[in-house]
Design a protein around this ligand. Sequence first.
Ligand code: HEM
Length: 482
Amino acid sequence: KKLLPSKEKLPPGPTGLPIIGNLHQFGRFLHKSLHKISQEYGPVMLLHFGVVPVIIVSSKEGAEEVLKTHDLETCSRPKTVGTGLFTYNFKDVGFAPFGENWREMRKIMVLELFSQKKLKSFRYIREEESELLVKKVSNSANEKPTSSVDLRKVIFSYAASIICRLAFGQNFHECDFVDMERVEELVLESETNLGSLSLADFFPAGWLIDRISGQHSRLNKAFAKLTTFFEHVIDDHLKTGQPQDHSDIISVMLDMINKPNKVGSFQVTDDHLRGVMSDVFLAGVNAGAITMIWTMTELSRHPVVMKKLQEEIRATLGPNKERITEEDLEKVEYLKLVIEETFRLHPPAPLLLPRLTMSDIKIQGYNIPKNTMIQINTYTIGRDPKNYTKPEEFIPERFVDNPIEYKGKHFELLPFGAGRRVCPGMATGIAMVELCLLSLLYFFDWSLPEGMTIKNIDMEETGAFVIAKKVPLELVPNLHRW
Ligand code: HEM
């Protein structure tokens, strides 16, 4: 009652139980449970996660109001136990509440990683890593009999190598403190714990149950692994005396930590450095890798689309190319549509990141008080028959001559979010995704492992904020003969 003082014109929602609210109505995946509940209660709902009221928005119009009309009022983030831990007490970008800390960290991140200049100068890293990826897959294709490839491993290793080279200045192919073969385990475990809901988030004495249930210890163990990895990276920078050369974001931030600022101005601390590393490593590797895996999965389930796509790619780029470059990305129109369609059906972060209202606002005519958490369900928006015909089907052609694109201006497709908190890594993420897919589809013909049929392809999901394919995708690569 205290949190929602005005009963006037609140959104509808299912009646909850005392203390636990609506938690008992949720299944394993929040986005799917909320999708189901929204079919009954409509596109703006009020639910209670324990004692915490949460507004769920599941329509294009509602999303536009939250992310565009009320951008300044809704651009803060609520705090949870998991996000506090993995972001070094909200000293990162993704989960920092709106304010100076967020503004300064986002500025540094954009300048050091995502400016036009950086995007251009990091191009050779992305291209080199995609060549290495092709070499790795070729090795399996050259084996006799040809063996299948675990695309999850290969793709995670590709994404992690790019992110770590451009952000941490670290070439993981030559580094002995991280096992690149198992990098996906580190990323997926950290992300799942970061996004997992602790009871302490929803009940006044929930922390006690978290300790008894083991949730507290699980979070801390996963966090310790990630921290150990970061400490190695930082030590490496300190050892080689790099802080002054400003060649990567870690060097730049170490330099800022060592130079105390004038009284009253913003001071970068050790926690800011680790918070940014956490964002870059988890957000940067995970969402991109997951998108590539879902795209290859959907193509394997739709051989007609796969064939059309490969024919278009090979006809456009011509035969016997030695390597794919980012210039080639401009030429392959249908690949972009296939990725858009994958984003629609498998948005990597289906609920985006939660928002917190900073003043009283109205969404679709309902009163939403200050300090209320808002979740936008892009999973439902992507499946809304008002936005898309035959929404459950994978039809990339729906985007032909269609102005909808994914950059945050069209609210029926929001894989990167929109507004002030839109993903700053969008251009890097999309370049990584397109380059990897183009390389895999130009050089190889793909088939399912022996005995497997399209019907057996498992579509089960896993994850918390970011939703991945649970069962690794195994496919057999065959080098394409011209
Ligand atoms: C295909 C790749 C990617 C996808 C689909 C993706 C998706 C997203 C989404 C949905 C959000 C939440 C936006 C919102 O709440 O409105 C987000 C935020 C964010 N992403 Fe990405 N992302 C990708 C790549 C990257 C990369 C490569 C990086 C960094 C290396 C990155 C760093 C971040 C950060 C720091 C935020 C938080 C922004 C803020 O709160 O101000 N992302 N991303």
